[in-house]
Design a binder for this molecule. Structure first.
Ligand code: R5P
Length: 300
């Protein structure tokens, strides 16, 4: 390995760095923050281990835009954070659009690992601040030892559905009600929530909605679509209740286990997510929300 020789010295207040996998999102976040975007040089050694280098010296704040999913990206993120410190950053903010493991934010059964705490503590040993978009709960961020920022992608999601004549926005459970209310307000229509009971990791039960959805265009919005069980059940219930069109949106489209097919088979007319996770349904930019979260973490 060559000796580290910085190519340029960046005398700027803030830079945004990304591994090649997230160049597009990093460039947009850099644009939103009026900060220079730099791509890390990365490689894998023959044994598969990851290596990252910032070929520029930086003084001031550096923001690393990086994924925490799949698991390999967590190690890549830790290595990249260290590279930013090595390159001279005074402060490093990790901007991760999707907080993986955020749903395991407490021990639900005795002896269970609190995955979100384990992850955020490990990240906190390498980053000075943490920014993310629509975490599953706000309280999960308390596991990070430094300042945090979290912004919602609701404005961008609402903007995407502005021309769709949405009659009502529904949350699939009470926990998602605030997001539905936010989007509904921006679309100028009412909102409500469904009653969900989780039977297993893959199966949910949703009470029939008692409000009249006959012939209406319904937008169901959630923070995460994982197996799609929640959204598929909601879609079927609403269509059975007479809804004319059911559209689905989520900030984080995990789409595990053939979820997209499950949702299409259930009858969803549209399935959209932000590019917090890159998939074929990621048609809404998470960059503005991630930039807002960085600003919050910075002032936090
Ligand atoms: C749970 O409270 C979340 O907000 C989502 O509703 C849930 O993660 C969705 O999971 P799935 O797609 O597997 O039903």
């Amino acid at each position: 390995m060559d000796e580290f020789k910085p190519a340029t010295s960046l005398r700027v207040v803030m830079i945004v760095a990304t591994a090649p996998a997230r160049t597009g999102l990093g460039e947009k976040v850099g644009h939103e923050l009026e900060a220079r975007h730099v791509e890390l040089t990365t490689q894998r050694f023959p044994d598969g281990e990851y290596h990252a280098r910032l070929e520029a010296a930086v003084d001031g704040t550096a923001v690393l835009v990086s994924d925490l999913r799949p698991d390999a990206r967590i190690v890549e993120t830790l290595v990249a954070l260290d590279a930013l410190h090595e390159a001279g950053a005074d402060e490093v903010i990790l901007a991760a659009p999707y907080l993986a493991y955020g749903r395991q934010d407490q021990a639900f059964e005795a002896g269970e690992g609190v995955s979100a705490r384990a992850l955020l503590k490990a990240l906190g040993a390498n980053a000075d601040a943490f920014a993310t978009v629509d975490p599953h709960t706000m309280s999960v961020l308390e596991h990070f030892p430094g300042p945090t920022g979290a912004a919602t992608a609701a404005p961008e999601i609402a903007q995407r559905f502005a021309g769709e004549d949405v009659d009502v926005v529904l949350a699939p459970d009470e926990g998602a009600r605030q997001r539905a209310s936010d989007v509904a307000q921006r679309l100028g229509c009412p909102h409500d929530h469904l009653e969900k009971r989780r039977k297993s990791a893959r199966e949910v039960e949703i009470q029939p909605h008692d409000a009249d959805v006959g012939d209406s265009t319904v937008l169901v919005i959630d923070d995460i679509v994982a197996t799609g069980g929640t959204m598929a059940t909601a879609t079927r219930q609403l269509l059975e209740a007479g809804a004319g069109r059911v559209m689905l949106a989520a900030t984080h489209g995990v789409f595990a286990d053939g979820a997209l097919k499950r949702l299409r088979d259930a009858g969803a007319a549209t399935i959209l997510a932000t590019d917090a996770i890159e998939t074929e349904a990621a048609k809404i930019s998470a960059a503005p929300a991630l930039a807002r979260a960085v600003q919050q973490a910075r002032s936090g």
